[in-house]
Design a protein around this ligand. Structure first.
Ligand code: PSU
Ligand code: MN
Length: 340
């Protein structure tokens, strides 16, 4: 909390023109490094709703140039400010414009999780200006620094199948364990080991709650393209106001841990789990055989699944992102009411 108040002070002083670098945060230790757009800084300073968005989805998702505009329009429709996070030419930025995102996509960008942030930003300081599309973990770090509490995206990374041997566990999970940002996603990507992913999140102390929208009793934790995963969600939430109250409570309790709200893909776009499973099994086996490990694994598997489903996974992927961003916007609006 003290940090947040401090953050609001700098944001306010930025706005009052007390610094000549309006585009840059004046937070000690970050001075001149973290670039926050004036619109985002203003909204954070005045407790208006803001939704963080990741950039890996654009730089590595191949979901089309129009996705960024659509996400922004959805966020704005709810009176909420979009804050796309990423590294533009070595500069860590919160509040990238669509033009800046397109520049990153067309000039090429690295996939950036927590571990890669200082590498790219340090390179930037030495004049080597590389772009970075931030994953969920990388985006959470930047969003937290800028004082943003809600983040809408596609699907979380997790424990990969066979992860108990390969140790391939997404940095998204440890990030949720340590960084207080609420993530709204369609559960985790369906090619992962979902039971182990949920075990890992429990160990990390991360609330996992699935939007049930009136359903009661047994609710599955969703698996990206599919609404079901065969694994029960640890808890359910019925409304955006409930989710906002939990985010508020976490902050008031001073628990510096992230939260995961799972939003099942809209029914009409979902692809049944059994249908996806064939493509998933093949894609995961091929990646194994080709020795595709580390950060290259997830983008490759997503691309192969797209080919193996004759592109059917793409509209599903786009629809779920839109649905999550919309949900995140509504949560941010509810949270903003509590913060006033
Ligand atoms: N969407 C894509 N490709 C990706 C991702 C999303 O089309 O690579 C990302 C998300 O940004 C998520 C990350 O945070 O994959 C997890 O990657 P990994 O499994 O390497 O931790
Ligand atoms: Mn990995």
């Amino acid at each position: 909390l003290p940090r947040l108040i401090f953050h609001r002070q700098w944001a306010t002083s930025c706005l009052a023109g007390q610094t000549d670098r309006r585009h840059y945060s004046a937070l000690p230790g970050l001075s001149g490094l973290l670039r926050v757009s004036p619109e985002v800084a203003d909204a954070v300073a005045t407790n208006r709703p803001v939704v963080a968005l990741e950039s890996t989805i654009y730089t590595h998702g191949a979901l089309g140039d129009d996705l960024v505009q659509k996400e922004i329009a959805t966020v704005r429709k709810h009176g909420t400010v979009p804050a796309i996070c990423g590294i533009l030419a070595g500069v860590p930025t919160v509040g990238l414009s669509p033009e800046e995102v397109n520049r990153m996509v067309h000039e090429g960008a690295k996939k950036v999780s927590r571990r890669d942030l200082a590498y790219l930003v340090g390179m930037g300081l030495t004049g080597q200006k590389v772009h970075g599309g931030t994953t969920i973990s990388g985006t959470m770090v930047l969003a937290r620094l800028a004082g943003i509490r809600v983040f809408g995206t596609g699907g979380l990374g997790g424990v990969h199948r066979g992860g108990q041997d390969s140790m391939d566990i997404s940095a998204d999970l440890t990030e949720l364990g340590r960084t207080r940002v609420a993530v709204i996603s369609s559960g985790c990507k369906g090619f992962l080991d979902i039971p182990r992913t949920l075990e890992f999140l429990e160990t990390q102390g991360v609330l996992v709650s699935t939007f049930a929208d009136g359903r009661s009793g047994y609710v599955d934790f969703p698996a990206f393209w599919a609404r079901d995963s065969g694994t029960k969600s640890p808890s359910v939430v019925q409304t955006e106001a409930e989710a906002a109250a939990m985010i508020y409570a976490q902050e008031q309790l001073g628990i510096e841990t992230g939260m995961l709200f799972a939003n099942p893909i809209p029914e009409e776009f979902s692809i049944p789990r059994k249908e996806m499973e064939v493509a998933i099994t093949t894609a995961v086996r091929e990646a194994d055989e080709q020795g595709l490990t580390g950060a290259r694994n997830t983008p490759h598997i997503l691309q192969r699944i797209r080919e193996l489903t004759d592109g059917r996974s793409v509209p599903a992927n786009k629809a779920l992102v839109q649905s999550n961003v919309e949900r995140a916007a509504k949560v941010a609006v509810e949270l903003s009411k509590l913060l006033d």
